[in-house]
Design a protein. Structure first.
Length: 386
């Protein structure tokens, strides 16, 4: 392993392994630049239509053609995670294990512990164990490139998980990577922008908190938020604060300081809920809980609870996490059975607001928040399991 791998810093996000220092603020006006396509009234009407649509339980069906998953019997799918201390990542590993077990295959979860060095060790352990497929969850491939080269030499296919938006695969993946499996990062940005437009009546003063050391996935979310705000909310003003993932645990003081320095801010929109758990106390510290609202992404149970309790959080976007784990199992089983990976695993997101959170049982398994989806039965049918 090269020295560059071992020096990679830890991150707080379940998406990448990289780090930069410092934070900067970039002021952007949604009405600057090109002329807006809509008036304020038109934008609010358009955004309201989308908010209504996004607030409904998504329609889901398992993607891809049916196949004989029994061909994967006895094979193993290794999930090398950025960190299995993250609840989202635990769901990914759990779904893979449950799905693989149904057809006599084995799912193995490996904890990368926020370390490129440990993630590379997990890849090499998978190689030594003669894994049939390696799935790399939330780890930037450039940080473990020598280990991925070893996987290529061993003839073990690698699938990247949650390192881009759905669509064509990134061109910078190494040769070992034959496919990817991901949810959307741009959809939450659009949905959040539409919600803020409606909630602010087209006049929101917004702080978007991004993480510039995770550009492959935070970039699409941020760009989608800014683009949609510009499209539907010409009267909104957006500022972007870049907070490196290594500084997420400083968000309490950063949030309070920002509010005190910018008392006109009305909405704070962090990239991920991992930031919200620190930002929310910062709003309270600044005694701004009656005027500042938080909107974010991942539908983490603790943040959803804050939404239900009307504690600063006014909207959340997220997807069914355990269902996504089963979707990863489907992708892994296809490859283990000798098929090509499918281009889109079909994970659908939902917008949660104070208007629909009352109908959500936060004590139930989180996939039920997205409607009545019997994904276990659906995948059994897809895989030919009796």
């Amino acid at each position: 392993m090269d020295r560059g791998e071992s020096s990679r810093r830890r991150t707080w996000c379940a998406i990448a392994l990289a780090g930069t220092a410092g934070a900067s603020v970039l002021a952007l006006s949604a009405s600057a630049g090109a002329t807006s396509r809509m008036t304020t009234a038109q934008g609010i009407a358009e955004a309201q239509k989308l908010v209504t649509q996004y607030s409904q339980p998504p329609k889901w069906k398992p993607p891809g053609a049916p196949f004989d998953a029994s061909k994967a019997k006895g094979k193993s799918i290794w999930y090398v995670s950025l960190s299995l201390s993250i609840p989202f990542e635990q769901y990914m590993a759990q779904g893979i294990k449950q799905g693989a077990a149904l057809v006599g295959a084995k799912g193995v979860g490996f904890d990368g512990k926020f370390s490129a060095n440990d993630a590379a060790r997990g890849i090499r352990l998978a190689i030594q164990s003669k894994a049939s497929v390696i799935m790399l969850g939330g780890v930037e491939p450039s940080t473990v490139s020598p280990a991925l080269s070893d996987a290529k030499k061993a003839g073990i296919p690698v699938i990247m998980v949650n390192t881009q938006d759905p669509g064509p695969m990134r061109k910078d993946y190494p040769p070992a990577v034959i496919g990817m499996a991901t949810h959307s990062f741009s959809w939450p940005g659009r949905a959040e922008a539409d919600f803020v437009t409606v909630d602010s009546k087209g006049k929101g003063k917004i702080l978007f908190v991004s993480t510039n050391d995770l550009p492959k996935i935070t970039g699409p979310e941020k760009d989608a938020f800014l683009s949609e705000t510009k499209r539907v909310c010409p009267g909104c003003t957006v500022k972007v604060l870049n907070v490196p993932s290594s500084q997420w645990n400083q968000m309490t003081t950063k949030t309070a300081s920002y509010i005190r320095a910018n008392p006109d801010v009305e909405y704070i929109v962090p990239d991920f809920d991992g930031m919200v758990i620190f930002a929310l106390p910062g709003v309270h510290s600044a005694h701004a809980q009656d005027k500042v609202k938080i909107v974010s992404f991942n539908a983490t149970p603790s943040v959803m609870k804050a939404l239900k309790n009307k504690d600063v959080v006014v909207a959340e976007t997220g997807g069914p996490n355990l269902l996504q784990g089963w979707a990863l199992a489907d992708q892994g089983l296809r490859v283990a059975a000798g098929l090509k990976p499918i281009p889109d695993i079909g994970v659908q997101d939902r917008l949660f607001t104070r208007a629909n959170i009352g109908s959500i049982d936060l004590g139930a398994q989180e996939s039920t928040w997205y409607g009545k989806i019997d994904y276990v039965a659906a995948y059994k049918k897809l895989w030919g399991v009796k």
